[in-house]
Design a protein around this ligand. Structure first.
Ligand code: ZN
Length: 197
């Protein structure tokens, strides 16, 4: 067994039974977050869980710890409160997180941008069943909430919407499309696009 055992506080011995309290890591009590075995449990906001925003197939496959730092956790809370919860409430249907927080080794494993906002907890990739990525992106923009980037990806590149929000500088409100051919092009939602699904 390599590495340090989980930190335990021995509270006392009563009737031969050890009373142990796991020294859980610094989750915010306000959102019920707690860390157990490297994972963060509980809800981030109204609709989303830490598990959804930290799940990573690459991390699981490669055995990489994808636990967000306290700074990343605060960024994720802000992203959920400002964009994802209002979006979910507006849509009235599930918003699936296909990629949320990525620890730097996870981001490298999935060939993410070296400056990806996923590494700081500021970005999530989302899908909504029955909606095209373009229509979902148009709904996000139409919410009127601040965002840094909304990028909808062609089906050939995942068919998801990348949305980010930052608290460290002004949000750019940038809207882009990632076409099948590669790269990024400017994009604005068409009028009425958000009404269709
Ligand atoms: Zn993304």
């Amino acid at each position: 067994m390599k590495g340090a055992p989980p930190a335990l506080l021995i509270l006392g011995v009563a009737g031969g039974a050890l009373l142990l309290l796991a020294a859980a890591g610094g989750g915010s009590p306000a959102t019920g977050a707690r860390r157990v075995g490297g994972f963060v449990h509980g809800q981030i906001g109204r609709f989303f869980s830490w598990a959804e925003l930290t799940a990573s197939g690459a991390a699981a496959r490669l055995g990489i710890d994808n636990t967000p730092t306290p700074e990343a956790r605060r960024a994720m809370q802000a992203l959920v409160a400002t964009v994802l919860d209002p979006l979910r409430a507006h849509l009235g249907r599930p918003v699936r997180i296909t990629s949320g927080f990525r620890a730097p080794p996870v981001n490298r494993a999935v060939s993410g941008s070296p400056t990806s906002q996923h590494m700081s907890g500021e970005a999530a990739d989302i899908k909504a069943d029955g909606m095209s990525a373009e229509a979902l992106a148009a709904v996000v923009v139409g919410l009127g909430v601040p965002f840094d980037q909304v990028i909808w990806y062609a089906p050939e590149r995942g068919g998801h919407v990348h949305v980010s929000y930052t608290t460290t500088r002004k949000n750019r409100g940038e809207t882009l499309h990632a076409p099948a051919a590669g790269g990024y092009v400017g994009w604005r939602p068409r009028r009425g696009a958000s009404a269709s699904s």
